[in-house]
Write a protein that binds this ligand. Structure first.
Ligand code: GLN
Length: 494
């Protein structure tokens, strides 16, 4: 499949017809999604309408935008006016969004053709997409395996070659981890670079929207389109963001540190092997790399407990609005007019087990008498993690390491053991807690072992606000390594 960058260029020049491009993407979706189940709603009519709009703009001789005719899919926790918005949950089954999210507005304004909404772990809680109430998504590299999560539908849609770019959201790793497991690029912007308006809230101090793409250049292009201040989201910072597309893609002289904490013993040895080859590639490009001895990020090993306390606390509050009255269906299991009983029945019946577990944990962590010991304490450690990263960025431009401790695991392998699933976030949660921009780029396939032949991701993390530099480094890395390997379902169609 062509990159978004070249599709847009050819549609703009008149070489490609946006309606043809859209029909081809629809045909790929209809054929390939039978195997991967990346989509909850393909929403084909909307795609056709948007393609007609681009064609009409071109006929008038007006500028169709930077993403003219590019098919892009959104994770089903981002509002698209009039479209279903389930967040992967039964509690929002049939609910339709009353307005467009900020990111949908931005994409449409630049001529993108929104094609469907993708599967996710319920309310973005998970790392395998198995927590979706609508069934799991499968990894296009091996359909017995998970695509990662929670943006597993978006990652699988791109890795299967259905669309060149999809949007995901990340709270603790949900863009980068599925990108790594599916062999594509995934970028988590600095917290507050991109507006959360119209994103179903999970952990409001952590949630960020970002692109998953087959090519780093496309992740940069889509980032440029969706990043920006939004008066309706007070956590977006004001001012313009430097362009990630035009920033020089050059590794020459870049100081890249590899903290030993990222090479934890939990990381699979074959994953580490691919990552060390990737470090050599960075050096070939002129980067100066150095392993930073253990001790520079002493609080990092608290990341998982701190992340789960903060994220669940915020989730318990954010999800209080789902009561069966304001949004979505009401459970009919209790034949009663008692309002409280109806709330309880709806929440007990229509939230899945992982969501209920997190609401219980978060409610406990925020409750009187425990909030100081759990919630406030975790905020203090979160600050320490941020301070330790900030100190490292005095000496290094970027930090590198594996994105995920392991490759794509088998469906069912971790789903019965919440803690082993939480370990998936070992290497991604720290940058989320610190609000830093971080990208996962494909760095080859594991050569041996459990994950043989499956993709491995290299993570590059930068200081807050340096999104353009992180993406430029990803572009430079891909330029040296060459086009990333493609999944068997993707094949090598042009
Ligand atoms: N796997 C993490 C969790 O389950 C991260 C999810 C996310 O980033 N949305 O919470």
């Amino acid at each position: 499949m062509l990159s978004a960058t070249s599709i847009a260029a050819r549609v703009r020049s008149g070489e490609f017809d946006p309606q043809d491009v859209t029909e081809e993407a629809i045909a790929r979706l209809q054929e390939r999604d039978l195997e991967v189940h990346a989509y909850l709603d393909p929403d084909i009519e909307r795609a056709r309408q948007l393609a007609d709009r681009v064609a009409e703009t071109l006929r008038r001789g007006d500028d169709p935008g930077r993403l003219a005719g590019v098919p892009i899919s959104l994770k089903d926790n981002m509002a698209v006016h009039g479209a279903t918005l389930t967040a992967g949950s039964k509690i929002l089954e049939g609910y339709r969004a009353p307005y467009d999210s900020f990111v949908a507005q931005r994409l449409i304004a630049e001529g993108a053709v929104l094609l469907g909404r993708t599967n996710l772990d319920e309310f973005a809680m998970g790392a395998s997409t198995e927590n979706s109430a609508y069934g799991p998504t499968r990894n296009p590299w091996d359909t017995d395996r998970v695509p990662g999560g929670s943006s597993g539908g978006s990652a699988a849609a791109v890795a299967a070659g259905i669309v060149p770019v999809a949007l995901g959201s990340e709270t603790g790793g949900s863009i980068r981890q599925p990108a790594a497991l599916c062999g594509i690029t995934g970028f988590k912007p600095t917290f507050g670079s991109v507006s959360r308006r119209g994103l179903v809230a999970f952990g409001s101090s952590l949630d960020v929207i970002g692109p998953l793409a087959a090519h780093a250049q496309d992740a940069a292009l889509v980032y440029d389109v969706i990043a920006g201040h939004d008066p309706a989201d007070a956590t977006t910072w004001t001012g313009t963001r430097p362009s990630a597309t035009t920033e020089k893609a050059d590794l020459e002289g870049l100081r890249i540190g590899i903290p030993e904490e990222f090479l934890d013993e939990a990381v699979d040895s074959r994953v580490l092997e691919s990552v060390s080859t990737a470090i050599k590639t960075l050096e070939e490009g002129g980067a100066i790399t150095k392993v930073i001895p253990k001790g520079a990020l002493p609080s990092m090993h608290h990341s998982i407990p701190v992340y789960y306390l903060v994220a669940c606390s915020e989730a318990s509050s954010n999800l209080a609005r789902f009561d069966g009255m304001h949004f979505g269906p009401t459970s009919e299991s209790k034949d009663t007019l008692d309002l409280l009983a109806r709330y309880c029945a709806t929440r007990a019946d229509l939230f899945g087990p992982e969501v209920r577990r997190r609401i219980a944990l978060g409610t406990f962590a925020l409750s009187a008498g425990y909030a100081d010991a759990w919630y406030k304490k975790s905020l203090s450690v979160r600050r320490l993690i941020l301070n330790e990263f900030t100190a490292l960025f005095g000496d290094y431009d970027l930090l590198a390491g594996p994105t995920s401790p392991f490759g794509a695991f088998k469906i069912g392998e971790r789903s019965q053991d919440a803690y082993s699933m939480y370990l998936c976030d070992l290497l991604t949660a720290p940058a989320c807690l610190a609000g830093l921009p971080s990208v996962s780029v494909p760095c080859g396939l594991a050569r041996k072992g459990t994950y043989k032949g499956l993709p491995v991701g290299l993570s590059l993390t930068g200081p807050a606000g340096q999104d353009h530099r992180v993406l430029a480094a990803a572009r430079a890395f891909e330029a040296i390594r060459g086009t990333p390997e493609r999944s068997p379902i993707h094949g090598d169609d042009a």
